[in-house]
Design a protein around this ligand. Structure first.
Ligand code: PNS
Length: 171
């Protein structure tokens, strides 16, 4: 079974992420979307919220699982018996950092390959940060994040004033 891991911060998931997840799900037997538990960055969305949003927008994909990890990605991958890292590339500006990470991961664990997918051009301007900024400033999130989570993301941005409080989003 070919298992790929799509790692990231997903703070929050965008249509650009979902595009990569859907396409990777068509190529691999199983795709684990894994959220980094990063203690040094202060995310807007709690881990519970990120998991909830990702589960909601991928529920049509039977071979996609949502998980989280901390520490080295390659160690997590060994535990999951996965040997392919999926990354999305939006623009040339992503390349240098992604290239460095891919080489480092390969140095740490030579059996692990990084495969890059070019983000669909209609999403090449998208990032979680820009989605949060547009939402905070009252802009429309249609076509930036999946329709079914627009209201939840806006509610979070408005209610929390951009701060994470650790409570899962509830309907
Ligand atoms: O969505 P992001 O923030 O660009 O994702 C970055 C991520 C999670 C893929 C990257 O920070 C990562 O893999 N972190 C885990 C720590 C690690 O393994 N570092 C060594 C490889 S460079």
């Amino acid at each position: 079974m070919k298992i790929a891991v799509y790692p990231g911060s997903f703070d929050p998931v965008t249509n650009g992420h979902l595009d990569i997840i859907e396409r990777a799900a068509g190529v691999f037997d199983k795709v684990i979307v894994s959220i980094l538990q990063n203690t040094s960055k202060k995310p807007m969305f709690s881990m519970e919220e990120k998991v909830y949003l990702l589960q909601r927008v991928t529920k049509h994909l039977d071979n996609v699982e949502i998980d989280y990890f901390s520490g080295l990605l390659v160690n997590y991958m060994k535990n999951k018996k996965a040997n392919v890292i999926i990354k999305g590339l939006r623009a040339v500006s992503d390349f240098e950092y992604e290239f460095q990470m891919a080489l480092m991961n390969n140095k740490l664990e030579p059996n692990i390959e990084t495969l890059f997918m070019m983000t669909s051009s209609k999403y090449s301007y998208l990032s979680s940060s820009i989605v949060k900024e547009v939402g905070k400033l009252g802009g429309c999130l249609k076509e930036l994040v999946p329709d079914e989570i627009i209201n939840e993301i806006l509610r979070k941005i408005k209610n929390e004033g951009g701060e994470q409080n650790g409570n899962p989003i509830t309907n």
